[in-house]
Design a protein around this ligand. Sequence first.
Ligand SMILES: [Zn+2]
Length: 274
Amino acid sequence: MTELADKEGLTPEEKNALLARINDFIQWLNEKSIIKETNNIQHTFDLPWADADWIMKVDIRKNKVSFNTFISDKCTFEYYEIVVLHEFFHLAVQKVPNKDDATKIKDDFGAELMKLIDIEADFYVALYLKERCGYTLVKYWERNREGAIVFSDRWIRAKKFERFLGTLLSITKMFLVYPTDGSSFSAYDLYLPTVSPIYTEDSLHVLIIKKEHIYFEEIKASYQDFIDLKKCYQDVKSFSISGYVKTLIEISCKALNLEIPEKIIEEINEIKSN
Ligand SMILES: [Zn+2]
């Protein structure tokens, strides 16, 4: 046994910074009318370190939210904040805070809907990072590269890989197509992909959820793109940081028929690889 009882995942300063981050996220969700101020629940937060496989636990009766800080050992504080905001979105907006809720959704509506719920949470966290923390598309993937290391699977689980692709396409489009001025943000596209056709044709099938309606589309992706994406997902350390970010942005822009802006290429070239 290790001395887990005394272990603290975060320093007191980091705990304060994390709580301030969550509060700012709540304020932003209110400003965007994603949650209604009148329905705001006052949560109390607890940041324990537990050597167990959970990130957020919610006691609905007491409105008490616990975030396990164990993964903060394995990543930067900035990435840990992103993980916490994703989980908090499940709670505050989608009302699916616990693992049980996810299981129920899978039973009731299937794994596809659960995938979409994760893509939506990733999307809104990215939008928040863009609007409130000055994130660019390049910075987003530079930071989220850590996720591929922290949460790496030994084998590719199709649903999780598809969620990664859905997040990639949704977020690339958000950064490159939507106006940078958050105030005029009124519509978004979420991409729900399936990889099954890639073995037989050079495309991926996606269901696109627009604010107004849902539609079906095929996006351009060659088998080689697919191999490269799988490598980004599973074998992230075989890339330099700039190589990783460049691969993701090139493939997603090609799939979405978007030109990569010069500014982004310059930003990628400035990434210091280590
Ligand atoms: Zn999630």
